[in-house]
Design a binder for this molecule. Structure first.
Ligand code: ATP
Ligand code: MG
Length: 285
């Protein structure tokens, strides 16, 4: 039987979360030491540990069938592959930064300036769309020091907290794009491999849904049930059970993590009591 080959980052910011996602999907991987490939003992998948830069190319060529990496690398490498799903981790921004004492007005600041970056394609496309002419200096890493050593006037790089910028005397002035980890796939998977990918995606969906939702139980006075139920759509509709105490019911349902606090406040306003909120382990819609 064929196995689906998945490429993940060998060591770096994506490695741990990528392995964790597979684990949450119930896929056992023995990531032992320096081994560069390993098979799952309970799912038809083989894991290749690679540098993230190489993953788009390997997936395009079919050396790997699928891969996990940052969208930023996918855009930069511009290979002929499918982006299958955003994975919601390793979020970051790609930003333009300039020496902190410079006066910044707007993007026209960059006209004819030299910008150092490891992402020349993303940056080039951005300024081309804006109709501005800039000089792009491609470098492999340590981009932040480029202005202080006179290599460039500005930089374009990944920023998460901005502390690296500050220590190098720079300030962020524009966010060009936001990125997160994505699952990519080869464009011509055979039916057997596509079926394995579909099984994997089904599991990823369940894992994602469970992390985006909470299970909620609460007690509500019967005369407020109608209002409360409109706040709580649930998967189909909430479960309502009578309490031993006359005039009260217990409501069980699922709510979205991102609307969570809003809903809790409104529920309390309607007289809901004894609200319990639980993590969901897996969720199949
Ligand atoms: P490799 O050795 O595999 O080439 P790398 O040094 O290119 O690794 P990492 O620094 O591990 O890459 O980052 C991998 C990805 O993590 C980035 O491409 C980006 O999508 C994401 N990321 C999230 N937050 C950050 C951050 N603060 N700095 C850099 N990358 C980040
Ligand atoms: Mg890399």
């Amino acid at each position: 039987m064929s196995k689906l080959k998945i490429a993940i980052q060998k060591s770096g910011r994506l490695s741990e979360k990528s392995l964790e996602l597979l684990k949450d999907c119930g896929i056992k991987i023995s990531a032992s030491g320096r081994k560069l490939r390993t098979e799952s003992s309970n799912f038809p998948i083989e894991v290749l540990f690679l540098r993230d830069d190489d993953i788009p190319q390997y997936v395009e060529q079919g050396v790997a069938d699928i891969g996990i990496l940052g969208e930023n690398e996918v855009w930069e490498k511009n290979k002929d592959i499918n982006i299958v799903r955003q994975l919601g981790f390793a979020g970051c921004k790609l930003c333009l930064a300039i020496p902190k004492d410079e006066v910044y007005t707007d993007l026209s600041y960059f006209e004819n300036k030299k910008i150092a970056t490891s992402y020349p394609r993303i940056l080039g496309n951005f300024f081309q769309e804006k109709g501005l002419n800039v000089k792009i200096e491609e470098i492999g890493g340590s981009v932040e020091i480029a202005p202080s050593i006179g290599l460039a006037n500005a930089i374009f790089d990944i920023v998460s907290t901005g502390s690296t910028l500050l220590t190098n005397g720079l300030k962020q002035v524009e966010t060009v794009v936001e990125s997160q980890a994505v699952l990519i796939a080869n464009k011509s998977l055979d039916t057997e491999k596509q079926a394995i990918l579909d099984r994997l995606l089904f599991r990823i969906e369940a894992v994602k849904q469970s992390s985006e939702n909470k299970y909620i139980l609460l007690n509500a006075p019967n005369d407020k049930l109608e209002e409360i139920i409109t706040l709580l759509p649930g998967m189909k509709s909430p479960t309502i059970l009578p309490l031993a105490q006359e005039g009260w019911s217990s409501i069980h349902t699922v709510i979205k993590e991102d609307t969570f606090w809003d809903i809790i406040e409104q529920l309390k306003a309607f007289g809901a009591e004894g609200i319990l909120v639980l993590e969901i382990e897996k969720m199949i819609l």
